[in-house]
Design a binder for this molecule. Structure first.
Ligand SMILES: [Fe+2]
Ligand SMILES: [Fe+2]
Length: 388
């Protein structure tokens, strides 16, 4: 067999990256993956991805290798900028054109857009070259913007993006836009199911389920990285987990208001009815036709099982409890401790950590303790990006 040239390998990687995108269903996981792969094949040091939300661009995800290598964290902050030609991303969103700038500090005065260096100042970073691509769907509408920052040589010197990257980027952005549209539709459908649950139980808000989904992925990623899970499996599992964990309490739609909205303590009988939400959730998701359905059902049915067998509905113990349900249970309890409830204020971090440590002695999978602890700062960042 003929040996592959570096060019062949490069092309193979781009084609494989496209194939991965079309299999991702969750919008956050997809945006992260679009950015990771685009940075890989353009050898960009950093980048951000935005989605179009009405008249604004919503900043969803950013990566920066230099900042991470200094041991600094990239904040999960979400912000919006107006879709206008005044910024580079806004210009690309409003015109649908690709913008390839060799040096942002040499943008001519007559250009409609300018470079905002506030991020550089805060992060002590130096942006030089920027390739900004529109994500255009098949109705020719811009649904997002992908921005790649500082192309690098092998010696890690910052250089301009080659013009062939514009073409490759365009091809990749088209695949990304199609996948993004589908993921937006999936998210809308999931959020409608969550909204129905929220009508019954006001604690089950969209922000709560988004936090639980993201916490679960952070814990899973830490576990997967420590257990040599292949990249392909990790990408697919984290995608499905992000969505499936959101539906953990979908069974509450089947519990009456007199119990769900009761202000005081539940009686023994009422608690037994309340506990039925796990089985009802499993019934809602019972037609298991895909890996997603199966995981969502496992989580809905088992997220109140305890490691020592003292949980419900089936008193499963240890590894009898499906793994993703064990992860979601940690995420759900952590969020409840950090949140305001009718009977309590949000707990301070030290008290939350203390309580979680206790729960790792009997309720949670002890193998996951180290992953929860190592992700604690990341979980707090997720918490602040989905406030009530
Ligand atoms: Fe529950
Ligand atoms: Fe919940």
């Amino acid at each position: 067999m003929k040996r592959k040239s570096p060019d062949d390998e490069f092309l193979e990687r781009i084609l494989a990256a496209g194939a991965i995108l079309v299999n991702i269903g969750d919008i956050d996981i997809l945006l992260e993956q679009i950015l990771t792969e685009a940075r890989f094949f353009t050898n960009a040091d950093a980048g951000s991805v935005y989605t179009v939300e009405g008249s604004v661009l919503s900043f969803c995800h950013s990566q920066n290798e230099t900042i991470v290598s200094r041991g600094q964290r990239i904040p999960y902050t979400r912000f919006t900028i107006p879709i206008s030609t005044a910024s580079m991303a806004g210009y690309v969103a409003s015109t649908g054109k690709i913008l390839n700038i060799d040096n942002v500090r040499e943008i001519p005065d007559e250009a409609p857009y300018s470079f905002d260096d506030s991020y550089d100042k805060i992060a002590k970073y130096r942006t030089k070259s920027v390739l900004t691509l529109p994500l255009i769907n098949n109705r020719q509408t811009v649904v997002g913007v992908l921005q790649l920052i500082n192309a690098r040589t092998h010696q890690r010197e910052f250089v301009p993006f080659q013009s062939k990257m514009e073409l490759l980027g365009k091809y990749y952005a088209t695949l990304g836009a199609l996948a993004l549209e589908r993921a937006m539709m999936t998210r809308t459908l999931l959020m409608r199911m969550v909204k129905m649950t929220e009508f019954r139980d006001p604690k089950e808000t969209g922000q709560h389920v988004n936090r639980v989904g993201s916490y679960a992925v952070a814990i899973y990623d830490s576990w997967a990285n420590a257990n040599n899970v292949s990249d392909k499996d990790q990408i697919l599992n984290r995608d499905i987990l992000r969505m499936a964990a959101m539906l953990h309490d979908v069974g509450k739609t089947g519990i009456s208001d007199s119990i769900l909205k009761k202000p005081g303590m539940l009686s023994e009988k009422e608690r037994t009815v309340m506990e039925k939400h796990c089985e009802i959730g499993a019934q809602v998701l019972h037609n298991c036709e895909s890996t997603f359905d199966e995981m969502a059902r496992d989580i809905a049915l088992n997220h109140h099982e305890n490691w020592d067998g003292s949980g419900y509905p089936n008193q499963l113990a240890g590894e009898e409890i499906p793994f993703m349900a064990r992860i979601t249970s940690i995420a759900d309890v952590f969020d409840a401790l950090c949140s305001r409830r009718a009977y309590k204020s949000p707990w301070p971090d030290e008290k939350v950590l203390e309580e979680m440590e206790k729960l790792f002695l009997n309720k949670f999978d002890p193998e996951l303790r180290v992953h929860f602890i190592s992700q604690f700062e990341a979980l707090k960042e997720i918490r602040s990006s989905y406030p009530e």
